[in-house]
Design a binder for this molecule. Structure first.
Ligand code: NIG
Ligand code: FE
Length: 427
């Protein structure tokens, strides 16, 4: 039985000084100080946590917490499993338009890279973004974030990359800032991805385009505080290591975190570059050499696995066993985008990560909570249920975390809380 979330006065954190408890039959903390090899998720059965001012103040057994303070208000009582709110570490969420016609061509045997080379793909989405206003993009993004929240997600990385000129890339980031300012939606981490594809007006000159990004567009974006991270699509049909390097290096010098799309179609050395630059994550990795895996491991770069994209493209999985054996932290993202991952569902990505990539349930959940938060620079904000972090939680209509990674195809979160406030609820 789960009591109506927020029934006792609109959620646990409405009044910043107010303290209240959340009770859970099974609490997945993802707190490393509670984890062991037998229990990598740090689970507490019959648990309670105290929320104060939107933050977690205490976590423990129900008897322990409520025994100390019998009068403490219980704001929410969960009869199933409660986890940290899910963190989606890789999305292209501020896209406009639809590529359904292209999808139909691909399902009939058309090739993704060939369609892009013929002016479709990312450049088709570019046309839709260029035609939209900031307000229109923000409205579409807000709706998308609202649906993500309903799936259990409380933090989302959101990339630009469909503007591909100075003003349109900035417009996408401004739309991210606008939507990201809404405390009733998941928290949003903006990433600048001008090196996503070459726009037609660049006349095929990738190096000159990358140079303009590095020297002119990027410093202005950084100065305006519109991006926390830089990303670049490094692949055989995108940008080379030599073209991407100056942009990523400049971004790092400007204080942005580095992430990169690497080895989605071919290994062109992107993993080694990500390692050299101390990237927070290298994403995709369907094609990466043993040397690239070693480099990632030595540099502590996380691998962001994007199984919806490889499922849609009918690709073989990345070398997960080798990444795991090397000690590379594993993340799972939705890759939400209109081309390779037409989904908004991180739970779908988790299901595929377990079924197709062979991740354990614990690896998948950590890769979409604590490890994802760490790789987004949110490690001291969310991603686990422990004192000091924000009370970002997903209350599931499911008895056990093993059920979260099953391919439900429908939202199974009963209530989703950000900063202790309900931002989505079933029914
Ligand atoms: O992560 N690979 C590059 N970027 C996206 C696809 C973007 C698109 O097709 O619109 C990805 O798969
Ligand atoms: Fe992507």
């Amino acid at each position: 039985m789960t009591s109506a979330p927020g029934a006792a006065g609109g959620g646990p954190a409405r009044d910043p000084g107010r303290r209240s408890a959340i009770v859970a039959r099974r609490l997945v903390t993802c707190d490393p100080s509670r984890a062991s090899s037998a229990d990598p998720l740090g689970v507490i059965e019959d648990a309670a946590l105290v929320v104060r001012g939107g933050a977690v103040e205490a976590v423990g057994g129900r008897q322990e917490i409520l025994g100390r303070e019998p009068g403490l208000e219980i704001a929410l009582e969960a009869g199933g499993v409660v986890t940290p709110g899910l963190v989606d570490c890789h999305t292209h969420a501020p896209w406009m338009g639809s590529r359904d016609a292209e999808y139909a061509v691909r399902m009939a045997g058309g090739d993704y890279e060939a369609i892009a080379a013929a002016g479709g793909g990312i450049v088709a989405s570019m046309r839709a973004v260029r035609a939209a206003t900031t307000g229109e993009i923000a409205r579409v993004l807000r709706a998308r974030l609202r649906r993500m929240a309903a799936l259990g997600v409380t933090a989302v990385e959101a990339k630009s990359g469909y503007g591909l000129d100075e003003a349109s890339e900035r417009k996408q980031l401004e739309a991210i800032a606008e939507a990201g300012g809404d405390a009733r939606l998941p928290r949003v981490v903006p990433t600048y991805l001008a090196l996503h594809a070459l726009p037609p007006e660049a006349g095929g000159d990738r190096a000159a385009y990358a140079d303009t990004v590095a020297r002119s567009w990027l410093p202005a974006i950084a100065a305006a505080g519109l991006a926390r991270h830089i990303d670049a699509y490094i692949d055989r049909s995108a940008f080379s290591v030599d073209e991407a390097r100056p942009v990523l290096e400049r971004a790092r010098a400007l204080g942005l975190g580095v992430r990169a799309h690497v080895g989605q179609f071919a290994d062109v050395g992107g993993a080694e570059l990500a390692a050299e630059l101390g990237a927070l994550s290298a994403d995709h990795l369907e094609h990466v050499s043993p040397g690239g895996i070693d480099a990632l491991a030595r540099a502590g770069v996380a691998a962001a696995l994007l199984p919806v994209a490889s499922f849609t493209l009918q690709q073989a999985p990345p070398p997960v066993a080798a990444l795991r054996a090397a000690g590379v932290p594993l993340l799972v993202g939705s890759d939400a985008n209109p081309g390779t991952a037409p989904t908004e569902s991180l739970p779908l990505a988790l299901a595929l990560a377990v079924r197709l990539y062979g991740l354990t349930v614990a690896e998948a959940i950590l890769g979409a909570t604590r490890e994802a938060a760490r790789a987004l620079g949110l490690g001291e904000v969310c991603g686990a249920v422990r004192p000091g972090l924000r009370a970002d939680l997903a209350v599931w209509d499911l008895p056990h975390e093993s059920a979260i990674v099953q391919p439900w195809g429908a939202p199974r979160a009963l209530a989703v809380l950000r900063d202790g406030e309900v931002i989505a609820a079933a029914g």
